[in-house]
Each structure stands twice: as C-alpha cells, then as structure tokens.
Ligand binder design. Sequence first.
Ligand code: FAD
Ligand code: UDP
Length: 371
Amino acid sequence: MNQYDYLVVGSGLYGAVFAHEAKKVGKSVLVIDKRPNIAGNVYTETVEGIHVHKYGAHIFHTNNTEVWNYITQFATFNRFTNSPIANYHGELFSLPFNMYTFNKMWGVVTPEEAATKIAEQRKEITGEPQNLEEQAISLVGRDIYEKLIKGYTEKQWGRDCKDLPAFIIKRLPVRLTFDNNYFNALYQGIPVGGYTQMVTNMLEGIEVRLNTDYLKHKAELDALAEKVIYTGPIDAYFDFKLGTLEYRSVRFETELLDIPNFQGNAAVNYTDRETPWTRIIEHKWFEFGKDADGNDLPKTVISKEYSSEWKPGDEPYYPVNDEKNSKLYAQYKALAEKESKVIFGGRLGEYKYYDMDAVIASALELCKKEL
Ligand code: FAD
Ligand code: UDP
C-alpha cells in the first residue's frame, strides 16, 4: 500500500502549485527537494531586512488573469515595475528600447524621428531574419544592436549572436513612447514578504522533506507513492543516457554593503563585452528600499551575475533551445512518455524557457487533467 497519492519532486512553483491543488482535492502529497530550502529558483533569503533573490532576480509579470487570480491567493504583490538601466562603458540608457533610449542614442526627439532612424538602419536586413543578430538589427537598427544587445547577449549565452535563434530577442519590447516598463504585462509586482513566504503559504499543511535527492534514493521514494511529479532535469532522470542537454548557468557574487544606495535601481545591465558580469541586481529596490514596517534600510545587498556554460554539478538555469538540444529533448520526451508512473513538468522537466506565470499555467493545466 502506497503511503502517498503523489510524490512531488521539486518544491519550485510547478511542484508547489501541483501539491497545493492535490491536497485541496483530498490527495495525500509528499514534496521533496534536494536543496536545503523550498521555492526552487524563486527562493528569497532575508539579509539585513532585504529579501535577497538567491537564484536570480525574479519579477512576476503576466497577462493571464487566471494565473494572477491564482497566485494572489498566496501573497499580496507590490507595485514594482521593472525598468532596468543599461550601462555601456559608463554611458547609461533606458531599457527596454523606448523614446528615452532613442533620444540618448541619436538625439532624436519625436517618435517620427526615431522611427525614421530605425527604418534607415534596418534596411541592411532584407528578408526574414535568420538569427538573433539579424532579428535585433531588424527591430532596432545597428547602433542599438552594437551598444545594447551584442555584448550582453554574447556574455549571457556564450555564443555569437549569429548562432543564436531570433526568438530570444523578440521578448524585448520596442516602443515609440516614453514607457520604460520592461514587460508588456497587465499585472506585475513582487510578493510582499518575499517569494519564500509565498511558496510557504502554497505548501501549508503539506509534508516537505528537504535535502532529499530523488535520483539518489529513487527506488525507496517511488515505493512511497502512487505517482510521481518530477520537476528536475529530464536528462538527469534518465542518467544522461542519450547525452547531456545544454544549459546556461549563472554564478552570483553577492555582497552586503554598508551603504544605503549602490546604483539607485534594482537592475543595471552591463551591455559591453569587456565587463565580465552581465548585470548587477540591488535587491532592496524591488521593495522600494523599505523594510516590512516601511522604514528605510540602512544597508544594501548587490549581486553581480556572471553567465557561464553549465557543467554537471552546476545549477542548470536556462535551457538552450537551439536545434541540437531541441532534438535531444524530443528523444528524452519520448522516453518520458513511457514512464507510466511519472509526470515530467516545469522548466527543467520540460526543458522549456518558462517564466513564472507560464510555469503556473502549465501546472494548473496538469491539475485539470490529473486531479
Ligand atoms: P525550479 O524553480 O527550478 O524548481 C525545481 C526544483 O526541483 C528545484 O528546487 C530543485 O532543487 C528540485 N530538484 C531538481 N532535481 C531534483 C532531484 N533530483 N531531487 C529533488 N529535487 C530536485 N521568471 C519570471 O517570470 N520572471 C523573472 O524575472 C524570472 N527571472 C529568472 C531569472 C533567472 C536567473 C532564472 C534562471 C529564471 C528566471 N525566471 C523568471 C523563470 C523562473 O525561475 C521559472 O519559471 C520557475 O522558477 C520555474 O519553476 P519550476 O518549478 O519549473 O523549477
Ligand atoms: N538583452 C540584451 N540586452 C539587454 C537585455 C536583454 O541584448 O540589456 C537580450 C539578451 O539576448 C537576452 C534577451 O534579450 O537573452 C532576453 O532578455 P530578458 O531580460 O527577457 O532575459 P531573461 O534574463 O529574463 O531570460
């Protein structure tokens, strides 16, 4: 007799949504995670009153009202709007690409002047863009590509822009208005109290075992439950037997500084090729520099992000959805479909570049089918 209806491997958003919904309909659930903490990549840790985004800065944004209504059951969100700054050799630009950016880049003042400038520069691309470089030039022209895109992208992905798929850059808005909200989203914010508190609320009343690696104790853990929801890397599940899927990893260098304000903004992207980090996050500005009681925080925590190629043992962060990896993933997916007891989900289980809202939507889809 199995002790649990479901064993959920991974306490990230995908696992937490599924576990919450399963419990709600009366199923017994055990959640495990190999890390010493819950919440997967959205985990926040409190340092000097600041919620530090330990596995990378996370800004919640969505156009999906169902997802927004769902997630706001577990937290109140503040009004944070992401407006990163680009630093190119000390020259500062507003992101995403908007009238402030075009004014600084070219001195243009009206939307018409900006549109004319972009139209002139995009002429060099004829036909459908075949790669990220062509896509970027066709969106915003060569000057912006050279100063704000090329260096950042090549640091982030460790590949030449000519060898990267065009879709990566299509995420970035281009606007002929003075709107520097990074996301085209109806809803946006940061959960008050931090993401860890939000996931704690999702997992309320559910048994969680941390520091437990499913793959190291697979047989005994499988024996505990009727079914398994697996949100770890799909290739690791199959012991990499068809080869290793590639990821980009990120190394965070985090420092506590005894000053109240380091850079005046949550995110500054270093878009030149020479600065070794891709960006610096100053965590307190996600919550306007205040503690839970509304007092100004005297210190600050910053994280420099260095992008790197993933190797076994590192945290896999970004799936590399190029042709080679997509083919290999398709082969693993075929194997996964034969595992009748195990459902693969989430960013790593599906090897998919999911944002938080998409991962929640995908978990809710599974709940509809499964529960
Ligand atoms: P994860 O959060 O990765 O959870 C998987 C969990 O499974 C982990 O806790 C892991 O420890 C555990 N696990 C893996 N293998 C095992 C095993 N063998 N045994 C036990 N446990 C295991 N999205 C946004 O919407 N906005 C953002 O601003 C944003 N910023 C991001 C920044 C970075 C640097 C990264 C990498 C991602 C960002 N995302 C952002 C995406 C977001 O992190 C994901 O959509 C979301 O966290 C995915 O949730 P998940 O549950 O699928 O995976
Ligand atoms: N990008 C860029 N310059 C920037 C910010 C982003 O060229 O200052 C490019 C880069 O290729 C990146 C892509 O736009 O991979 C998408 O950026 P986004 O910030 O959406 O990526 P995320 O880190 O959220 O995955």
